[in-house]
Design a protein around this ligand. Sequence first.
Ligand code: TYM
Length: 330
Amino acid sequence: MRVVSGIQPTGNLHLGNYLGAIVQWVKMQDEAECLFFLADLHAITVHNDPAQLRTNVREMAAALIASGVDPDKSVLFNQARVPAHAELAWLLNCTARIGWLNRMTQFKDKAGKNREGMSIGLYAYPVLQAADVLLYQATHVPVGEDQRQHLELARDVAEKFNTDFETDLFTLPEAMIAGPAARVMSLRDGSSKMSKSDPSDMSRINLTDDADTIAQKIRKAKTDPAPLPATMDELADRPEARNLIGIYSALSGEAAQVILSRFEGQGFGSFKPALAEIAVESLRPITTRFNELRHDHAAIDAILAKGADKAAALAAPTLKRAYEVMGLFR
Ligand code: TYM
């Protein structure tokens, strides 16, 4: 079993990333060989500020370590330090089909009406993501629900490459969508996911927010005037309420039904303070550790450089064979 996953170093680590993916990463460290990386090559597919990117890579690395990713157990690195990712992505660009990429909903969402003005990198983004996991023969990829389609594309690319070149080179990776909350929604709009790129910081809880900020964001979270019902079924048409119950459940480990039985008939005025308390308590150790680590650039850089050396060594045989089976001299 080999586990591989990545996160873009854009903005802060938020509760969606944490509950959708990082909790699983931390858990998998004791069960399998794990590689986790900062997807800096993905981050440059939209306009980037170089100084900001450098800060973000270090801060995201510190946030992951603070969340429990242990560089002594897992290989932790930034993608750009391992050139094999970009190299394999080019080879796989020649296997992936334009029709497949045209179906990617994340590209459609990000491009909106300005498709022609987007970078080629943003369009080919899922192929780099396929390279990220195929390079290491990943068997399992722990991600949130929003990455399901990208993982399916990685499987399609692997399968077509193996068929076209009559090889068994690439392992077909499986998406592990099993975090405590695979799809955490925005606090401002229950129909869109919590995201680093949402212009409103009030839409997300960052793992770096202090206790007052977390409490304020939850107090101001969009809800509806109705009291909480007895069952989750009755929340089907109340996405904001459903999301807050889901967050409570994921943080506390209690079933949603148990939480509803406790708050049934009560309004958000009593539920929100309880949610704020559990959120603050769960995130406090992470925030404390993050603040201790974030300015220690030397330590973070050393961890990432060491991780990159290990990752490069693990990637080398697969990349070499990919060149060979394609008939390339290298
Ligand atoms: P990214 O940086 O958007 O998110 C990192 C991880 O967090 C999950 N996630 C969520 N889960 C639940 N609710 C949410 N609101 C939420 N928002 C984000 C994501 O599903 C992801 O698991 N393209 C990827 C990064 C990547 C990658 C890879 C992932 C690059 N190469 C290879 C896996 C394997 C991305 O932008 O994730």
